[in-house]
Ligand binder design. Sequence first.
Ligand SMILES: [Zn+2]
Length: 132
Amino acid sequence: MSAYDTPTEKCPYCNGEMEADYVDNGIGMVQCGPYHCYGCEASEIGPELFDWYYKDREGSTLYVIKPGEDGWGHPVLKPGHPFSDIELETGFYKGRISPYANTVNGELVDHKEAKEMYNIGLLDEKKLGEPK
Ligand SMILES: [Zn+2]
């Protein structure tokens, strides 16, 4: 595999092939958009997930361990988060594009197109609840 191949992922919902937007940073290709399934519209949950974790004063994510649970436990999400149980389990939005991805008229666009569309004011504006 060369540095310029962009890997595909298997969709956890329909087993289809998923692709992501990659950009050449001079050394190789770096993922700069979520994996997206063109079969069922599933898409990868990005770093936005971490914004919804409860953190302590030092900014470390808090983990809880339920009774009977082993290991490190799991992070706790703040109320009002946009993820369903299955989405949290798979790490992919089910049948929808990440509300944080660049879209035009609800269609996923790559970083080049997003910049062009932003410049002419056509990039979809995101009205999202911010984590409190
Ligand atoms: Zn799919």
